[in-house]
Design a protein around this ligand. Sequence first.
Ligand SMILES: *Cc1c(COP(=O)(O)O)cnc(C)c1O
Length: 363
Amino acid sequence: MTPESRAGALLTIDLGAVVANWRLLRDRARPADCAAVLKADAYGLGAARVGPALAEAGCRWFFVAHLDEGLALKPLLPAGAILCVLNGLPPGAEAECEAAGLTPVLNSLPQLAAWSALARRLERRLPAVLQLDSGMSRLGLDAGETGRLAAEPALLDGVDLRLVMSHLACADDPSDPASEAQRHRFDADRARLPRAPASLANSPGIFLGPAFHLDLVRPGAALYGLAPARPNPMRPVVRLQGRVIRTHAVSAGQGVGYGLDWTATAPTRIATISVGYADGWLRSLGPRGAAWLGGTRLPLAGRVSMDLITLDVGALPEGALGPGDLVDLIGPMQDADAVAEAAGTIGYEVLTSLGARYARRYV
Ligand SMILES: *Cc1c(COP(=O)(O)O)cnc(C)c1O
């Protein structure tokens, strides 16, 4: 038996759709360059597969969050790829980063000082991205630190500034004036520094218009099919199918699952599926979650267990679903954003929670 045919669930990742999504964003952002954000293992979909596929399509800029993510991914990308570490470097990790050919995002004056010190020690200019805080108050130099850097250009000694970037806090709401305010503050702050290419937009930021594109856009979520705008212009990338272990009849009044939270109001059938919260099928899905068989919605009956969910399949003809069959958890009738809405979270969390026990198939 193949791992695919015995696994409790099958996760299919359409690399062709990821590439098509990248091309759509690239065309939309032209003449800006289009990067790919591959942090958190490409939002749970596999950076080792997504990265090389996008490099082959012509993507040159890549972003991960952690140094270790960069160290693992760098050998899989072509030599010309620029792989940036968004969180910057923990103190003392500079030499390792340089030796691996990674580009740090310098998020503070101490990170800048450490990188500049390494460059002076090696007597070589070292590439870096500089992040400015344009209003999100998370990472990057604030206005005061930017002022200090403008007054003391020697702080940049040995640093080959490849990009100045900032990040939007509210891009997912096009009517929020915060994005425009951040853009103006970013423009003003970077005007005080040595000239370098600039980057501001994540996936939804790309859809705020050309003024946000600057020289490079940095989509993550939209590459993986999550909606950067409505209606969603992206191609679906993920299909998650859970396997039926058993189906059985329950009578009116019978409770199902932990706490017996769900009670059958009429005789029906329950299908028990081999996916649970340990697989990232969020427990908060509770009574609002569902699976699909073709066009038929199969609501969750009872709480999500660690390794199992139970579905009310009374809407299906008897015998339509049996042991070994697959139902759609993420698929044509229900994308990751819809699952997230039912769980009270965002599609980003649904994707990055996808479990390690799924059999993964790349097409
Ligand atoms: C995660 C991240 C991105 C990508 O954001 P999406 O909304 O997934 O497109 C871009 N830039 C930074 C700094 C990030 O942390």
